[in-house]
Design a protein around this ligand. Structure first.
Ligand SMILES: NC(=O)c1ccc[n+]([C@@H]2O[C@H](COP(=O)([O-])OP(=O)(O)OC[C@H]3O[C@@H](n4cnc5c(N)ncnc54)[C@H](OP(=O)(O)O)[C@@H]3O)[C@@H](O)[C@H]2O)c1
Length: 325
């Protein structure tokens, strides 16, 4: 097998594509022949040594992937060789093969291509948990999505629309805003050239959004929080801009509003039954055409450095997926 090895987490430029021995699955593990792996922003942070989880080098990055079970270890009964599976294993996906604990592997329903299956669990799982579970989004409410053309952002547009909400999508270019409208956003804001508070005021008649979905952080957070509606819910998803914002605590008091933390990986670990129910609903919506990963770039696995470069330079709309033949 081949794998991208991180020996020194100083950035994607230090990764090397190497031939390594194919592992045998241990007790409770399966060996997956990887067909597709998607990039999530934490993959970039992990190889830069900037993520909350710091694996001991050498390690193979790539949190999320899909493929075919090639062999199963002792005690694995529910998964069989030949089955199509997807996993959010945390590591190991930027390779041709990986051994994964059966507990984090799930069968892929019929009709899901590997590329979609590899781009689904984290992006849609996070966003469903955020909007439906943590924010209790109701039909008729207004959601403002920041970084709306990115991976979780595009999922937020689709899930909010599936839930019957009005969606304002905010992103940094006209091309990104155009994609958001194609995905069903009711209105867009290009925050690189307009005052986001003025735009929100105009688009919501001065009321503000009921829910804000924020995977960007940085200097957008405070002005946007100042625009939130009474009883609003501000979803803290991530900090792609690099800076963790701080908010004066009088702001939630004045708006009767909540700052709501979202950590899907921990939710999936602590509440597996609730996560399974959410993924089942998402699979139904996928079958009904209400949600579908937006995959702008599908590249060979060997082109991982280019994929990281696209993500780090904000050039990706939707997801980047890497594939093996
Ligand atoms: N809480 C959770 O459980 C959870 C789960 C998954 C992901 N996340 C977090 O969600 C965030 C987005 O993840 P993603 O996989 O959707 O990433 P992504 O596809 O790269 O999207 C991130 C978006 O952030 C915006 N951005 C602003 N400044 C940026 C910068 N300096 N570099 C890169 N992007 C920048 C970009 O949109 P514009 O150019 O339009 O501004 C970009 O589209 C990350 O912080 C990630 O860690 C959290």
């Amino acid at each position: 097998m081949h794998a991208w090895i991180c020996e020194d987490p100083v950035g994607p430029q230090a990764l090397t594509w190497k031939e390594v021995p194919t592992p045998s699955p241990g007790k409770g593990e399966v060996l997956v022949s990887i067909k597709a792996a998607s990039l999530n922003f934490p993959d970039l942070l992990i190889v830069q040594g900037k993520y909350q989880m710091k694996p001991q080098p050498p390690f193979v990055p790539g949190a999320e992937f899909a493929g075919v079970v090639e062999a199963v270890g002792e005690g694995v009964a529910s998964l069989k060789p030949g089955m199509a599976v997807a996993t959010f294993a945390g590591l190991g996906g930027f390779a041709t093969h990986a051994c994964v604990p059966q507990a984090v592997v799930m069968p892929v329903p019929p009709g899901f291509p590997f590329a979609d299956a590899a781009a689904f669990l984290c992006t849609y799982g996070t966003t469903y948990h955020a909007l439906i579970d943590r924010a209790s989004l109701k039909a008729g409410e207004t959601v403002l999505v920041l970084g709306a053309a990115g991976g979780v952002g595009t999922a937020a547009i689709q899930i909010a629309k599936a839930a019957g909400a009005t969606v304002i999508a905010a992103a940094s270019s006209d091309e990104k805003c155009a994609l958001c409208r194609q995905l069903g956003a009711d209105a867009t804001i290009n925050y690189s050239r307009s005052n986001i508070r003025d735009e929100i005021k105009t688009l919501t008649g001065g009321r503000g959004p009921d829910v804000v979905y924020d995977p960007v952080g940085g200097d957008l957070a405070e002005p946007v929080f100042r625009s939130i509606a009474w009883r609003g819910r501000y979803l803290v998803i991530g900090f792609a801009q690099g800076q963790i914002p701080a908010l004066p605590l009088n702001l939630p008091l004045l708006k009767g509003a909540s700052i709501v933390g979202v950590f899907w990986g921990e939710f999936a670990r602590r509440e597996p039954q609730h996560n399974a129910a959410a993924l089942a609903q998402l699979a139904t919506w996928y079958g009904e055409g209400k949600v579908k990963p937006v995959i702008e770039h599908q590249l060979p696995m060997q082109e991982l450095p280019r994929a990281f470069e696209l993500m780090a330079s904000r050039q990706v709309r939707g997801k980047v997926v890497l594939t093996n033949p």
